[in-house]
Design a protein around this ligand. Structure first.
Ligand code: ADP
Ligand code: GN1
Ligand code: MG
Length: 371
């Protein structure tokens, strides 16, 4: 369901289900996420106006929205405690759930949709592309702090909101099945990209095998550490709030560090069509490593540290393979806004992978420098 399918009246009615002071003025599409439908709601209050984020959770992808929201409740409650203890502002430094008038964290529409509302983090923004080296450092440090803060979350194991999300080996097997079925007849157009994937089969199992054998520990991780999932403060330029908590679940820090390399070290946006503009910038990689390790170094094992540079390549490869899989499948998973959009995204990711393969020794040396 695309955002445009919701009328203004529908959206206002949805927004009124939540405990919010003031009258709703408008609810407009917001952001550039690929999964959920995000809206910014503006409400009239005595002092002027207040904004909120309303989101329709994509329940084709997140099959257990209730379990997902339980995770978000637990994670944000824990983070709120940490932020308050260090004198921070929990309303800006983590997400704050607004309950429904019925008292829950989720509004279920009669049409089968699932909606939630967050306090809008003001005075900060997300960026689809890195603008300067300080931003890379700060965003990466924010992801490291996030992992560190969640290391002692109490209670049982968090719900796996998407099972096997970063199981690269299973993702590879899915790719092979989709390629074989070729339901849209697109495989013939993308032989070079298909060959690129098939040539890297052996890489796919490296992290998951380590997880399965216990050589790599399970921790609580974010699992979707793209650059626009951290809000950068307009004034201090620090990464103040890690958002998009739908995939916070048990995982490996290598998933988070690795995934942050995709966009955090790229000279172009994820869907850039001119590949001559796309590249992995080693200076950006250095700042990204420095920022992440400034927070995370103390908690990582030697085995994890040894795989950090490789994880950048692997997670970028995994994401490119997912875009290609979706392209072959007829674009049913990621939102697309033009023909060939997933293929364009796949190509930027593979360009990044090729660049990383050329300088993997340098990447390893940089990581070691900050370990
Ligand atoms: P998706 O899962 O589709 O990526 P996100 O949760 O990342 O959705 O939200 C999409 C965009 O909406 C973000 O990149 C950010 O710009 C904006 N956004 C999300 N939550 C907030 C918030 N609490 N305050 C301000 N902006 C937000
Ligand atoms: C999706 O939701 P968003 O846009 O932050 C995807 C990530 C991909 C990313 C690629 C739940 O992230 O795994 O890496 O697109 N999220 C999900 O840009 O599949
Ligand atoms: Mg997002």
């Amino acid at each position: 369901m695309s955002s445009s399918k919701f009328t203004a009246e529908y959206l206002k009615e949805m927004a009124e289900k939540f405990v919010i002071d003031g009258d709703v003025i408008s609810v407009e599409p917001y952001g550039t996420g690929h999964i959920n439908d995000t809206f910014c709601g503006t409400f009239k209050t005595a002092k002027g106006s207040t904004r909120y984020i309303h989101q329709r959770i994509n329940h084709n992808i997140f099959k257990n929205p209730e379990g997902l929201m339980d995770n978000v409740e637990r994670v944000t409650k824990h983070l709120r405690g940490k932020i308050t203890a260090r004198g921070g502002d929990p309303l800006r430094e983590t997400l704050t759930i607004i309950n429904t008038k019925g008292g829950g964290n989720l509004h279920k529409g009669t049409d089968g949709t699932f909606w939630r509302t967050y306090v809008f983090v003001e005075g900060a923004k997300t960026y689809d592309k890195v603008e300067d080296l300080k931003m890379v450092y700060e965003a990466s440090k924010a992801f490291g702090d996030f992992q560190k803060d969640l290391a002692d979350i109490p209670g049982g194991r968090l719900v796996e909101t998407i099972p096997d999300f970063h199981h690269t080996k299973k993702r590879f097997e899915t790719f092979e099945q989709v390629l074989k079925a070729d339901i849209k007849g697109r495989a013939k157009e993308v032989q070079a990209e298909v060959d690129f994937v098939l040539a890297r089969k052996n890489d796919a199992s490296k992290i998951v095998d380590g997880m399965a054998s216990g050589a790599l520990p399970e921790r609580i991780t974010h699992n979707d550490t793209k650059f626009n999932n951290v809000m950068i403060d307009d004034v201090t330029k620090k990464g103040i709030c890690v958002i998009d908590l739908d995939t916070v679940m048990p995982g490996s820090p290598l998933y988070d560090f690795g995934d942050s390399v995709r966009i955090g070290t790229s000279t172009a946006v994820e869907d850039e069509r001119d590949l001559s503009k796309v590249g992995m910038d080693i200076g950006m990689f250095e700042r990204l490593s420095e920022g992440y390790l400034a927070s995370a170094k103390a908690m990582l094992t030697a085995e994890e540290k040894a795989l950090l540079a490789f994880s950048g390549k692997l997670l970028t490869f995994e994401c490119g393979m997912r875009f290609l899989t979706d392209y072959l499948n007829g674009d049913t998973y990621f939102k697309v806004h033009r023909d060939g959009h997933n293929l364009d995204r796949c190509r930027t990711q593979f360009k990044m992978v090729s660049d990383m393969e050329k300088v993997m020794n340098k990447m390893d040396a940089i990581v070691r420098k900050y370990c």
